[in-house]
Design a protein around this ligand. Structure first.
Ligand code: ATP
Length: 282
């Protein structure tokens, strides 16, 4: 049996630069991980099936599961003769903007790489994974990085300064394609990717908080005003910075002192049923 941990990611920045000829947006985003994890285990099968075991109302256990798709990609690419049973113990909220599905897919690629002693370098898995989703190359490594292109051009950064992270997911679903469709690239929303990079390189926590920015945030907020309310609530309660992650709806706040983090946690706990107090990993 092989085990893998799949941490949730947050966007410290997310910028959309232009729409490409292939229909995807050219993006630039600084991402890091937090210690909120799915746990996966992998076992070889005697047959050639891929079996996903997961107990969750909103996550499929068939070929639609991203871990299944990743396993299929690995089997086809490396001509594996045996199947695999993947068990997923899920803690990352679903459809949240925290890349839970991508984290599971990436963990499956790493897990199968080890289970079958393929010894493929992570770069190769990352290049393969982009076929399944934008966030998968990042999730293969789980470090702190700038992801550009469609998400596949990865530049690693230092670990960010240590901080508490309060994650709050309002009880609503957002479809990433709908957010991208509603995005108007002519609307001005400055995202300073370089400032975020500099803040991380120099370990400047204050600058990091100032640089948090997400091009999709106003789009999702216009669809669901609750997102803005949660963000304002976090800032009023003393968060050093706050931002919506991905296409939302999860909003996170950063705090350096534990007492400050607990205050923010308690304030948003009343209005959201999924609230987590975790740490930046990076
Ligand atoms: P992203 O930030 O990459 O857009 P997300 O955090 O918004 O991702 P996910 O939690 O990854 O969203 O799930 C999005 C959809 O993918 C859901 O409809 C879910 O049912 C489906 N899905 C398929 N496999 C998984 C999985 N292993 N874990 C979570 N969701 C999965």
């Amino acid at each position: 049996m092989i085990y893998e941990t799949a941490p949730a990611k947050i966007n410290l920045t997310l910028d959309t630069l232009f729409k490409r000829d292939d229909g995807y947006h050219e993006i630039a985003m600084v991402m890091t991980t937090v210690d909120l994890n799915d746990r996966l285990s992998f076992q070889k099968r005697k047959d050639k099936k891929i079996v996903v075991e997961i107990e969750h109302n909103y996550v499929p256990d068939d070929h639609k599961n991203l871990a299944y798709r990743a396993a299929k990609l690995m089997m086809d690419t490396y001509n594996l003769e045996q199947g695999v049973t993947i068990t997923i113990d899920k803690d990352i909220p679903v459809s949240a903007g925290l890349a839970g599905g991508s984290a599971d897919a990436a963990a499956s690629m790493r897990g199968i790489n080890r289970l079958f002693n393929l010894n493929r370098p992570l770069k190769e898995l990352s290049d393969l994974g982009i076929q399944i989703g934008t966030d998968i190359p990042f999730c293969i490594y789980n470090k702190t990085a700038i992801c550009e292109g469609r998400g596949e051009k990865i530049t690693f950064l230092n670990k960010p300064p240590s901080a508490w992270v309060i994650l709050a997911k309002p009880d609503l679903g957002i479809s990433s394609p709908d957010v991208f469709k509603a995005l108007n690239l002519n609307d001005v929303h400055h995202v300073d990717t370089r400032m975020c990079e500099e803040a991380i390189t120099t370990g400047d926590y204050k600058m990091l908080c100032q640089s948090l920015s997400n091009r999709l945030e106003p789009v999702s907020m216009a669809m669901h005003p609750e997102i803005e309310k949660i963000k304002n609530n976090m800032l009023q309660c003393g968060a050093d910075g706050a931002l919506m992650s991905g296409s939302g709806p999860t909003v996170y706040g950063l705090a350096q002192k534990e007492s400050q983090a607990k205050k923010i946690y308690n304030a948003v706990n009343g209005c959201c049923n999924e609230v987590y107090l975790v740490r930046l990993l990076g």
